[in-house]
Structures are given as structure tokens and as C-alpha cells.
Write a protein that binds this ligand. Structure first.
Ligand code: ADP
Ligand code: MG
Length: 324
């Protein structure tokens, strides 16, 4: 299959988004927006850095690449609409494997009525997928990290540490354990971005959202720094899936605080608006838990503290960082 046949293969027979004017097939895509803010992000995934064929099949790789981008849209409180894919295809890959990557992307994109409107195709030595996502949000309603204030409640959706535990299980790869911990493995391979929950929060006037891509230690530090506030988290309050209890306390702690890639949301909201969070939680079937609070103190602003066993200590970022 050459590049042109490939593009024909992946092209959608029709598009779902009403704002689209030109999709795949010209030098660039065109859409028209009159009334909303346009929100865009890009994420790049490199074989053997972000994933390996030991833990993910091609379908999962595609699914997860788009899911991670959708999660960024959730964290901005916006609706995903379009995506573009720049792909470096390893020379030794066959057509079938390549199409599975696109099936994975298409499956999760379809759930959100998203359209694939362009991309770029080259060959190389390793699989690299770069997904650009475009979404829309009501004017002025994007959710920024810099908006946390004294007295806010810090909350998290879902349960934390699951994806890191799933990765651990997949890496340890004991054959007769294939069925055990299938929930945790799925959390690594097919994460669920929290778009519907985030978009139910439109009526909350001030709200911070951040998606958990690098672990809550890191994500809460990003909020504390951007907002110049102090965040204190309660370790015992961190929502934990029962399957995590099969692992040592040390593993649980590491995964919950630093694991990342759960693609849950953490956020802060004024205490008086907490009922809105509960309503959105119920309406969308999204578990939400209070995990801490925001305060201000000139000496500690920008930092995150962890309350654990009646003891408060500073929580350093220890998620994965590139270029260090
Ligand atoms: P150009 O030479 O103008 O860059 P290309 O031949 O690269 O055009 O692409 C032709 C069309 O196919 C464009 O609409 C482009 O966005 C789309 N396209 C190319 N590669 C991909 C891909 N991997 N995924 C989705 N769309 C793609
Ligand atoms: Mg091109």
C-alpha cells in the first residue's frame, strides 16, 4: 500500500462535525467557527518511550494516543471536535498493523463524534504518532490552571494509580495471570477521558481542571505554581480501586502519587460550588472525591503538601519528565 492508497483507506466516508468545510484531500483542512473559542493541543508518542509492543497492541497505541489528547480537551473544559495525525511508519510494518492503529484512533474518536481531518505520513525506523486535537468551548469558558484560590476544595475523578499498576502487571507479564487485573491493564491500554463530566461544569464560574497525565504530585504542583497558592492533599483521601490493594503499600503509594496516565481530572473549586461538582458527578456517573484544599501562605505558595499518618510533609514532583 503506498502513501496515497493509505490516505484513501483512512479517510472517513463522511464527517460528523457541522463546522467542517474541507477535510482530508486538499493542502489543508478548513472549518468555520463563529461563536466559540477554539482550543488546540498536540501530543507525540514515540515507540519504546511512551509505549512498547510488550504492553500494547497497535489498536491500543492508536486508541491511547487519541485518548490522551481528548483528556487535554477535558482538562480545558471543552468539547473535542477534530484531530490530525502525523505518523512515522516503521519500514518493516505491514498494512494490517498500520490499519489497526487507525482503528484504535477511530474507535475512541467516534465516541466523541470527532473527525479526522488531516495529517502527514512518512516512513522511518520507529513508530511515532503525533496527534493534534481541536475542540470548542463557550467563549471565555476554558478552564485554566491559574485560577485556584484560598479555601478551594481540591478534588479528583475516578481512582488513581490504576494505569501505572496496569503497566506494572503488563510488564511483569506472567502468562497464567492474563485474566488477573484485567481492569488495571485496560486502564493503561484504553483510558477514559472525562469529557462529559468536565462539560457538565459549565455553570461553575471559577474552576480549575488538570488531567492526570504525570501523577497527582506533578499535576497539583502545576496548579499550585500557576495559581501561586499552597495545596495540601490528604493521602488517605486519594480514591483507590480495590484491585490496587493486591500490591504492597509502597507500590500503591508510588502509583497513586506519581504514577500518572490515569487521564482522570484533578481540579479545584470554591467550597460553595461543591454541590455543582456532586451533581455533575451523579449526572455523568463519574466518581468524584475531595482529596485536599487550597490555602495561601507567602512562604509556601507554589508548593504541595501531603498529610499522611498525622504528619504533613512537602510533596515533591516525581512524575516522569523528559529532557532532564
Ligand atoms: P500535501 O502534500 O499537501 O502535504 P499529503 O499528500 O501529505 O498532502 O496529504 C494529502 C491529504 O491527506 C491531506 O489532506 C492530508 O492532511 C491528509 N493526510 C496525509 N497523511 C495523513 C495521515 N497520516 N492521517 C490523516 N490524514 C492524512
Ligand atoms: Mg503532507
Amino acid at each position: 500500500m503506498d502513501e496515497f492508497d493509505f490516505i484513501k483507506q483512512i479517510q472517513q466516508p463522511n464527517y460528523k462535525q457541522p463546522s467542517l468545510i474541507k477535510g482530508i484531500g486538499d493542502d489543508a483542512a478548513v472549518f468555520r467557527q463563529n461563536y466559540q473559542d477554539i482550543v488546540t493541543a498536540v501530543d507525540t508518542f514515540v515507540e519504546n518511550i511512551h509505549f512498547s509492543d510488550k504492553t500494547m497492541n497497535p489498536f491500543h497505541i492508536g486508541y491511547r494516543a487519541v485518548a490522551a489528547n481528548i483528556s487535554d480537551m477535558a482538562a480545558m473544559g471543552c468539547q473535542p471536535a477534530y484531530y490530525m495525525v502525523s505518523i512515522v511508519i516503521p519500514r518493516h510494518w505491514d498494512d494490517d498493523r498500520l490499519m489497526q492503529v487507525y482503528e484504535g484512533m477511530n474507535q475512541i474518536a467516534s465516541e466523541y463524534a470527532m473527525d479526522l481531518i488531516g495529517g502527514d505520513t512518512v516512513s522511518g525506523n520507529e513508530l511515532v504518532i503525533s496527534v493534534t486535537i481541536i475542540g470548542f468551548v463557550e467563549k471565555g469558558k476554558a478552564r485554566y490552571r491559574a485560577n485556584a484560590k484560598n479555601g478551594d476544595i481540591v478534588f479528583a475523578t475516578g481512582t488513581l494509580g490504576d494505569a501505572a499498576a496496569g503497566l506494572h502487571v503488563l510488564m511483569s507479564g506472567v502468562r497464567d495471570e492474563q485474566q488477573a487485573h484485567s481492569y488495571l491493564k485496560k486502564r493503561h491500554q484504553m483510558p477514559t477521558p472525562r469529557v462529559t463530566f468536565a462539560s457538565e461544569l459549565g455553570s461553575v464560574s471559577r474552576l480549575v481542571l488538570n488531567d492526570v497525565s504525570d501523577g497527582i504530585a506533578n499535576e497539583s504542583a502545576e496548579i499550585a505554581e500557576a495559581s501561586d497558592v499552597t495545596i495540601t492533599l490528604q493521602y488517605d483521601a486519594i480514591p483507590t480501586h480495590v484491585d490496587l490493594l493486591d500490591f504492597s503499600l509502597n507500590q500503591q503509594r508510588n502509583w497513586k502519587l506519581f504514577g500518572g496516565e490515569d487521564f482522570e481530572l484533578i481540579g479545584t473549586v470554591p467550597a460553595k460550588n461543591w454541590p455543582y461538582i456532586l451533581t455533575a458527578s451523579e449526572k455523568t456517573g463519574t466518581p468524584v472525591t475531595k482529596i485536599g484544599q487550597v490555602s495561601t501562605n507567602q512562604k509556601t505558595n507554589g508548593s504541595v503538601f501531603l498529610e499522611e499518618d498525622n504528619h504533613v510533609s512537602i510533596l515533591h514532583k516525581a512524575g516522569y519528565t523528559h529532557l532532564k
